[in-house]
Ligand binder design. Structure first.
Ligand code: ADP
Ligand code: MG
Length: 690
């Protein structure tokens, strides 16, 4: 059977089932085939009902004695309760909102159940299995096929039960699905992997745990290998055949600028600088990412790279995510570089038409050496005489479109340096930035005062804000960060919004002091006006959402209060905290949280104890899982079906190695890319061209 056909081709899928499956995203036979079990249960051991223990997951079999239907008090859900007995005892099994099961749950039927036992609510020590993870109802005389041992548990929906899913899988496999291998045979054989077909089958019908493990390993490898091939091929394509600018080894100008710095570069900065120089001196265009905490000194390195390109007779561009940030960079670079005769200019969207045109003209005539601005810099009306280096931030990677635009204009491909202050665990860099070379700055420049961080309960808010007021009266400024913008009367009423907190504070403790709001629903213009005012210390207290993450440097801001801090990820909190502690003042970050869960408590404690961004990123990933972790970060991470970015690090390393090998065998590579373009196309554009 051709697995690209619609799922209706599988025996047992009629129009009704097809509709439900479609809602789950299962449209083709292939989709059903790769709808792998969510988990598996070991049912080779049946537990007697009397031996069920609260908190433990177990499988048992019994006979239905009685079934009761009731309603939950609050949300009016239907509850079906079956009383199930075996020779040793009786237990309740409950289902929520699955009324359709009632017909099947007939007294006298045999029932197989797996799930976690708990004490029944108000039940004097009676045991209940609520929402069993797996169950099978046997008609009289029917044999359980669950006796095999390992039972797959699928994510199901609507009337499609576990049993139906298993039947559909059986029907599918009975129709001999055509499953071809996607990865070169020698790659598979070298690593003792199963064929794709064997692996698929074992995922649905594992003979034993060992086979299941091998199947998972095979498919995880396959997935990661394909993605690595894609990323590496993209990188190769970006570099091959394009002559970049070949910079010469450092000489006077770079040396003089370095010597004029009021400090010496840290060890890490020197290391990264060497890596950048090596790239720039090759004629293959550089594609390098510099990862480092806020304040670790990335901008200095970017500046040296820009000077290097200028010294080589080229122009450089520095793009920042916001105008204000761009302007700050401009002021700082202008001050440092003008004494050396380097012509630095700032291109703003707010400039008048005439002023803009003057800048365009000067760029084209190479009367400007370094241009600083937002991403608009490399858009249309801008032409460079000779662009040697583009420095950008991760959100605005220099993508295929921009490259194409430059090529059209007949320029050489510039070197590209990407900066990111979002640390991600070292092990994950390969998946997210697999198409870039990566440098890391881990040590902070000496003499930094770490921001002191405290976790405080909500009931102490008044005390906290009174302290903030004192600090403001002493001349400082403060940020208050809230998880949401607007007030909501619906659920989560207790999650503070910018609007609520602003009203409360501006009319309360901070009455008479200049306060303002900042959030993503304001226009770019409004945001900038507020930020500018805060920057100039005309605003003392800024109530804001996370929009300040990519904010400005306001050294006078020494206080930050984060409301409901446990709603933020660690990496995010770390970014936020990086906004303070940038001046000579002792800085404080107060995380307001009642820490309702153990996980929240743990995260808050780590936050208070650690200021190492890389360590926090690892902890964040561990505590919240990759879904949420990446959700915050707007990285495009390919949607992995089998592999886990967290658990399969070893497989990833192996896959990367294999992919590097494949890159040198054109025939293999062509075949793999063919597959990729069919399977991962969208994700690929996403991951590389965000
Ligand atoms: P980032 O861009 O990583 O946030 P910056 O390059 O803006 O960091 O540096 C932050 C601050 O630290 C700046 O004021 C900069 O002058 C200073 N700085 C950078 N490198 C050093 C160093 N090696 N020693 C001392 N101060 C440094
Ligand atoms: Mg900086």
């Amino acid at each position: 059977m051709d697995i690209r056909q619609p799922v209706q081709k599988v025996k047992g899928v009629g129009p009704q089932k097809a509709k439900t499956l479609a809602k789950m995203g299962i449209l083709t036979v292939y989709d059903l085939l790769t709808w792998f079990p969510r988990t598996y249960e070991d049912q080779s051991v049946l537990t007697p009902i009397s031996a069920l223990r609260a908190g433990e997951t177990a499988t048992f079999a019994g006979r239905i004695v009685n079934v009761r239907e009731s309603c939950t008090a609050r949300r009016r859900l239907t509850v079906l309760t079956a009383f199930v007995e075996d020779d040793t005892g009786i237990v309740q099994v409950t289902w929520f909102n699955q009324k359709f099961l009632k017909k099947q749950l007939q007294p006298g039927s045999r029932l197989f159940v797996s799930g976690k036992a708990t004490y029944a609510y108000g039940g004097r020590g009676q045991m209940v299995i609520a929402s069993p993870s797996f169950f099978e109802i046997l008609k009289p005389g029917e044999e359980a096929d669950s006796a095999c041992g390992i039972e797959p548990v699928y994510s199901v929906s609507g009337k499609l039960t576990q049993k139906i899913f298993r039947t559909l899988q059986k029907n599918l496999w009975a129709a001999a699905p055509e499953i071809d291998d996607l990865i070169p045979e020698h790659v598979r054989e070298d690593r003792g992997l199963m064929s794709r077909r064997e692996a698929f089958y074992a995922m649905h019908f594992p003979a034993d745990w060992d086979e299941l493990k091998r199947a998972r390993h095979t498919l995880a490898f396959e997935e990661l290998y394909l993605i690595q091939c894609g990323l590496l091929a993209l990188k190769q394509k970006a570099q091959a055949g394009h002559r970049g600018v070949r910079h010469l080894q450092n000489s006077t100008l770079v040396g003089n600028v370095t010597a004029a710095l009021p400090f010496t570069l840290t060890h890490d900065q020197q290391q990264v600088w060497r890596e950048i120089c090596r790239d720039m001196e090759r004629d293959v265009p550089m594609r390098r990412l510099v990862q480092g905490d806020v304040g670790s000194g990335k901008t200095v390195i970017a500046m040296l790279a820009l000077v290097k390109t200028v010294e080589n007779g080229c122009q450089g561009a520095l793009m920042a995510p916001t105008e204000i940030l761009a302007h700050q960079h401009y002021e700082s670079l202008q001050k440092q570089l003008a004494p050396f005769g380097i012509r630095v200019a700032f291109l703003s969207g707010h400039l008048g038409k005439k002023a803009k045109e003057e800048i365009y003209a000067k760029l084209a005539a190479q009367e400007i050496d370094i241009i600083i601005g937002t991403h608009a810099l490399i858009q249309d009306p801008v032409t460079f005489h000779r662009l040697g280096l583009v420095v950008t931030d991760e959100q605005h990677r220099f993508g295929i479109e921009q490259r194409a635009a430059l090529e059209k204009k007949g320029t050489c491909l510039p070197d590209v340096l990407v900066m990111t202050a979002t640390p991600i665990p070292r092990t994950m860099t390969l998946t997210v930035y697999g198409d870039l070379d990566v440098s890391r700055i881990e040590e902070l420049p000496p003499g930094r005062q770490p921001v002191r961080t405290f976790v405080r309960q909500k009931e102490r808010r008044t005390l906290i804000y009174e302290y903030v007021r004192q600090q403001i009266e002493a001349g400082r400024q403060a940020y208050v960060v809230c998880p949401r913008i607007e007030h909501s009367d619906e659920e989560n009423n207790d999650v503070p919004s910018v609007e609520d907190v602003y009203d409360e504070l501006a009319n309360g403790i901070f009455f008479g002091l200049p306060c303002a709001m900042l959030h993503g629903k304001m226009s770019a213009q409004e945001k900038e006006t507020v930020m500018q005012a805060f920057y100039e210390n005309r605003i003392s207290l800024l109530v804001t959402t996370t929009v300040i993450e990519v904010g400005v440097n306001v050294p006078n801001a020494s206080m930050m209060v984060v409301e409901n801090a446990d709603r933020f990820g660690l990496a995010q909190l770390h970014q936020l905290r990086g906004r303070i502690g940038r001046g000579p003042y002792k800085s404080y970050c107060i995380l307001v949280s009642d820490c309702h869960t153990e996980n929240a408590r743990e995260r808050m404690t780590i936050m208070a104890q650690t200021s190492d961004g890389f360590k926090l990123a690892e902890e964040d990933l561990r505590l919240r899982g990759p879904g949420q972790f990446f959700g915050d970060m707007q990285h495009g991470l390919p949607d992995l079906k089998v592999a886990s970015v967290w658990e399969d690090m070893d497989i990833l390393t192996e896959a990367r190695q294999a992919a590097l090998g494949t890159l040198t065998r054109q025939k293999d590579l062509d075949a793999v890319l063919q597959t990729l373009s069919l399977q991962y196309r969208e994700q690929f554009l996403h991951i590389t061209e965000t």
